[in-house]
Design a protein around this ligand. Structure first.
Ligand SMILES: [Zn+2]
Length: 383
């Protein structure tokens, strides 16, 4: 059996195919276009990716998540799923209202029953989740500069699926679970990524697949709002397709996208991302060095240690830093390679981006040629 959903069952709130009827019912009610982060989250609440959450968090839920890393019922949960209303629309939305949700093109896709409205404690939220008030941190900057001052809570129903950056790779948890079942997979390891793959990433995937009894690898790519210098969505998708096609067994891998805004919250984000992957049916979850980190805000292994104190029903596979070792003549890791730092070829994403900008050739020890070819195409980064 694939893993059970977090909290017991998938909480799905979608009614696709009855768009006309739903739109007719929207006459006269307030329409709101959520900020893109909340737009993505509304779709993931509706398709069960965030189970057991059934709607945007109210003040009590937010408080227990911030202070205790749990939902009010005691179930571990680390990342706020909130809906801050744009200041311009604040006066139009009240507790008790039903509102229409508009996608990024202004077309209605869902309905929300607004249960409560409350003032966001932004400082508290930034400090508790991201551990900093520094607006150089991308999510902290969002909280202070892009989120409205008030949040609304309540359930969402989605009646139309808007276009998402992941395109055809964007799958619901129920679809992926069905596919796993069809393939007869029971033990599934999920791999979180948001960048084109290095050979070191492939190594972690393959080492995990070598675990006796492991049936398959689910590569789940976070694709969402782009910051300057991020890889474009289709570059991430194409480069992973190239890796899977040329270096993985097709019957052992499945790729999907998760169009949400990345939370660079280190350990808290790692738990959250693992919960989502459990909802997709994964039994195991790969955590490399500095997962969900940004800059130097988090200890690189804090994202692994947090799994020692929180059990969310998925087996964490923790890996030390991986690199190409000239003496070993291959990809290896701190856990097994006995050689010194001087033998290691460590090339960061930042360095690769620099090399791309300067039209330098990327070494094959670091990136597969089929992937490098896509990256060297130019125009791969968001300006
Ligand atoms: Zn070595």
């Amino acid at each position: 059996m694939v893993n059970t959903p977090y909290g017991g069952s998938l909480k799905i709130s979608m009614d696709i195919g009855n768009e006309e009827r739903h739109i007719a019912g929207l006459k006269g009610i307030t329409a709101v276009k959520p900020f893109v982060d909340f737009f993505y989250d509304s779709l993931k609440l509706a398709d069960g990716s965030y189970s057991p959450l059934e709607g945007f968090m109210n003040e009590e839920e937010l408080e227990t998540v911030l202070k205790g890393k749990v939902l009010p019922n005691g179930l571990p949960w680390t990342i706020p799923i909130i809906f801050a209303v744009d200041t311009s629309q604040n006066d139009k939305v009240r507790a008790g209202d039903q509102i229409a949700l508009l996608d990024q093109d202004g077309r209605p896709y869902g309905i929300m029953d607004v249960e409560t409205k409350y003032m966001l404690k932004k400082k508290e939220m930034a400090q508790d989740v991201y551990g900093t008030l520094d607006i150089k941190h991308p999510n902290v900057q969002d909280i202070f500069e892009r989120y409205g001052d008030f949040a609304i809570s309540g359930r969402v129903k989605v009646f139309r699926l808007p276009k998402l950056p992941g395109g055809v790779y964007e799958k619901h948890p129920s679809d992926v679970r069905e596919e796993f079942a069809r393939r007869g997979w029971k033990n599934i390891v999920a791999y979180q990524a948001r960048n084109p793959p290095h050979v070191a990433h492939e190594y972690l995937q393959k080492v995990s697949l070598e675990i006796p009894g492991m049936d398959g690898l689910f590569v789940h790519l976070i694709i969402g709002r782009l910051k300057k210098g991020d890889y474009k969505a289709d570059v991430i998708l194409d480069s992973y397709s190239a890796l899977l096609k040329n270096y993985h067994r097709p019957e052992k891998t499945l790729m999907g996208s998760l169009s949400i805004t990345m939370r660079y919250a280190g350990p808290r984000a790692s738990i959250f991302l693992a919960i989502v992957r459990r909802n997709y049916g994964a039994t195991h979850y790969i955590i490399g060095r500095d997962q969900a980190g940004v800059g130097n805000y988090y200890d690189p292994y804090a994202a692994q240690r947090i799994f020692d104190e929180m059990d969310i029903g998925i087996i964490p596979l923790k890996f030390k830093e991986t690199f190409y070792c000239k003496k070993c003549r291959g990809i290896t890791s701190e856990s097994v390679c006995p050689h010194g730092m001087e033998e290691r070829m460590v090339i960061s994403q930042t360095r690769i981006r620099e090399m791309l900008k300067n039209h330098q050739e990327i070494p094959q020890e670091i990136i597969r040629p089929e992937v490098a070819k896509i990256l060297e195409n130019g125009d791969v980064l968001n300006e």
